[in-house]
Design a protein around this ligand. Structure first.
Ligand code: GDP
Ligand code: MG
Length: 726
């Protein structure tokens, strides 16, 4: 029976356009997850084409298949173990020579390979002409030209892939890398030895196995040693003998010699198939880089871009923020009208709508911020930023590359923590993950905006800027300390890849932005919803408050007293009396609800923990807000609104309540410092646990950020008092 379902894997260098082609093929029918066991993004999607079901898998982008990074191992294991029907190798046609290294390694795996020469447009612009026919003959595989972002050649690519998948056997691949005589001889000897010793070995092709053993590939060696084969150690011994032989002849490691020979093979191919017309080689990217990575200009331009990003985020975001805000008030107003009074109504309006609503208003900001970050990435500027920051990052003992996830941390720490996947060294990853929580994420911003707006007026913007800087400084200091203690080690030398500048595609920008914002929405529907309900419940119960004053009687009295006055008042004084009336009424209501909250479980919780925060000047209400902020920092503000019983969802009444609560500019500032530095939210903690592969680091992160927040706040508070601010 004919097979009707094929698996097609997309392999290729980073930035070759893999994801673009993957998106072009699968459209919206894709699933994003992690590769089993490791946290490298896995994208899958399936489509119907000419009566076949095609499962498309986007392999991690790599430059080779040597097992130096998780990405390389994942890609290699997938091809070997899952045996996709076809591997489409996506090649950046404007960079053929570099791409062919991976291509030759994939071909050595003896699977069915098809080349997609992508970015044909750019190659043409640069005056590079590739003879596809010839390349196809030389390597004995089909070649298709594509322009991923314009959907050109994708259909042909899929058709050829199906034809290739249907072919019975891999046609004999004579034209793979031929190593020099001495090496070939050792490969043959070892292959024969393996052939004679074992009949089948986890599906590996014997020649490939021999090559890898001669190259001293630790992964493969490990797999052989761990296999239950009784002859495993014989094979390893034999391989060592073959290696020694080669070392004796070349006076160099076999892996180095073989890499050289692969490059020789590639250089040969390139000579055969590429013609370049000289006069057209004006390299636009290089010209742009003359400015953007210039020693003197680069940095100011970079700061400007970051500043512009925040400007756009907050000024442009303010409009939709208002709309959502009024939408939320309308919704709660509407519910107020139609629902009968009772606990359920309170839960819905004061708990759920006001809790989730106070966070939902920040969605536009977050969308814009992520859009800007996607723009930096897709144009190729992000790599330049990392390049510029390299020197500063070396203070911490990290590469410029770590700066990319840190920058994303200003949006939300969760995707930032996930973005550390691009870092090769595990220690670098953990270190970067540990300092990301000091990057002030957008969830902390509402807290800053409200507190600075209330207590600092004209200097609000400066104070917020200072807080961001404080976060960065803390990241650098603690990063340096960790590098010297817990995560000792050299930063491995590396070359920062500077991809050419590209015109970003709207579709890909939107996909990137959406991928990350989805997380925020999930958080809103999940953790923030639950958090709001819990806070509301704790602040509402127990119901049996015994009031010191009979507020209900007072309210009644006020009503009757004013009813008379209002009736007899002339039109001139009517307005003033009305105002007076409303003030008196709300005074009673506020006093009543404050007494009620004082009696609530939430307040008991706050008072229980208050001694911890007493030395840094934070009272029990602040304590409760900080505890709830662990769920998500956004909730700090909703908690404060619930605690001060601000029924209107507007910042004016919240400001008034804050001022009358005895909070001073100094304690407000201390509270903000604490919010900036303390414990990442639950979502971030979970991300830390997942990405570091151990919850040990997650708990560590909770503990040390808490200590740092406390100590810093203490210093600020005491210094403030000494300086005469109270
Ligand atoms: P990946 O790292 O291999 O997944 O690469 P991406 O798919 O993210 O593509 C990197 C960039 O190249 C994106 O900005 C794409 O819009 C762009 N791109 C992809 N294919 C082409 C192409 O054929 N021509 C041009 N000019 N740009 C492309
Ligand atoms: Mg990609």
């Amino acid at each position: 029976m004919e097979k009707k379902c094929f698996t097609i894997a997309l392999a290729g260098n980073p930035n070759s356009g893999k994801t673009t082609i993957f998106n072009a093929i699968t459209g919206t029918r894709q699933k994003v997850g992690n590769w089993p066991g490791v946290t490298v993004e896995k994208k899958e999607g399936s489509i119907q084409k000419s009566g076949y079901k095609l499962n498309i898998v986007d392999l991690p982008g790599t430059y080779s298949l040597t097992p130096f990074s998780i990405e390389e191992i994942v890609a290699r294991d997938f091809v070997i173990e899952q045996k996709p029907d076809v591997v489409i190798n996506i090649i950046d046609a404007s960079n053929l020579e570099r791409s062919l290294y991976l291509a030759t390694q994939i071909r050595e795996l003896d699977c069915k390979v098809l080349f997609a020469l992508n970015m044909e447009d750019i190659a043409k612009q640069r005056g590079i002409k590739i003879d596809g026919e010839k390349l196809s003959q030389l390597l004995n595989l089909p070649v298709v030209f594509t322009v991923g972002n314009k959907n050109q050649g994708i259909d042909t690519l899929l058709e050829k892939a199906i034809v290739l998948a249907k072919q019975k056997e891999v046609s004999v691949l004579e034209r793979k890398v031929k190593y020099s005589k001495d090496i070939e001889k050792q490969i043959t000897i070892l292959k024969k030895f393996i052939d004679d010793t074992v009949s089948e070995f986890i599906g590996y092709k014997k020649r490939w196995l021999a090559i890898k053993l001669i190259e001293n590939d630790e992964m493969i060696k490990g797999k052989i040693i761990n296999s239950s084969q009784s002859k495993a150690s014989d094979i390893i011994e034999k391989a060592d003998a073959c290696r020694k032989h080669i070392i004796a002849i070349y006076n160099d490691d076999p892996e180095i010699v073989m890499t050289d020979e692969r490059y020789g093979f590639i250089a040969g191919i390139v000579k055969e198939v590429i013609t370049t017309s000289r006069q057209q080689r004006v390299d636009i990217s290089r010209n742009i880089d003359l400015v953007l990575t210039n020693r003197f200009l680069g940095f100011p331009v970079f700061i400007f871009f970051i500043w512009a990003m925040f400007q756009i985020t907050f000024t442009l975001g303010a409009y939709p923020m208002d709309w959502i805000g009024s939408g939320v008030s309308m919704l709660s107003g509407f519910m107020e009208q139609i629902l009968p009074a009772g606990l359920f109504k309170d839960l819905l309006i004061d708990g759920i709508i006001s809790g989730v609503g106070s966070v939902a208003v920040f969605l536009p900001n977050i969308l814009i911020l992520f859009f800007c970050i996607a723009l930096f990435e897709d144009t190729g500027y992000m790599a330049r930023a990392a390049f510029l920051m390299d020197r500063i990052m070396h203070i911490i003992g990290l590469h410029g590359k770590s700066f990319i996830p840190m920058l994303m941390g200003f949006g939300c720490n969760v995707p930032a923590i996930m973005a550390t996947r691009t870092l090769e060294s595990k220690k670098d990853r953990i270190l970067t993950i540990l300092i990301i929580p000091f990057m002030s994420c957008s969830a902390r911003l509402p807290v800053f905006i409200i507190l600075t707006g209330t207590f600092f007026h004209t200097q609000a913007a400066t104070i917020i800027f200072l807080l961001y800087i404080l976060g960065i400084v803390m990241a650098i200091i603690t990063g340096r300390i960790f590098r010297l203690t817990l995560l000792k080690g050299e930063d491995a030398p590396f070359v920062m890849e500077l991809p050419p500048y590209r015109m970003p595609m709207i579709k890909s920008l939107v996909i990137h932005m959406w991928d990350r914002s989805k997380m925020f929405l999930k958080k809103m529907g999940g953790i923030i919803l639950i958090g709001s309900i819990v806070i509301w419940t704790l602040s509402t119960f127990p119901l049996n408050t015994i009031y010191s004053v009979d507020y209900d009687q007072n309210i009644k009295d006020i009503k009757t007293a004013y009813a008379k006055k209002l009736n007899t008042a002339d039109s001139a004084s009517l307005k003033i009396i009305k105002q007076q009336y409303e003030m008196d009424l709300s005074e009673q209501n506020n006093a009543k609800s404050i007494e009620k909250t004082e009696n609530s479980y939430l307040s008991r919780l706050g008072k229980f923990f208050a001694p911890v925060f007493e030395p840094i000047g934070i009272k029990w209400r602040g304590t409760v807000a900080l505890i709830s902020g662990f769920v998500a920092k956004e909730i700090v503000i909703s908690t404060i609104s619930i605690l001060y019983n601000v029924s209107e969802n507007d910042s004016d009444s919240l400001s008034k309540a804050l001022k009358s609560s005895g909070m001073t500019p100094l304690t407000a500032f201390v509270l903000m410092v604490f919010v900036l530095l303390y414990v990442p939210c639950i979502a971030a903690v979970v991300a830390i646990g997942k990405e570091t592969g151990s919850f040990k680091w997650a708990f560590f992160s909770i503990a040390y950020t808490f200590v740092i927040a406390w100590v810093t706040s203490f210093v600020v508070y005491r210094a403030g008092i000494l300086a005469g601010y109270c």
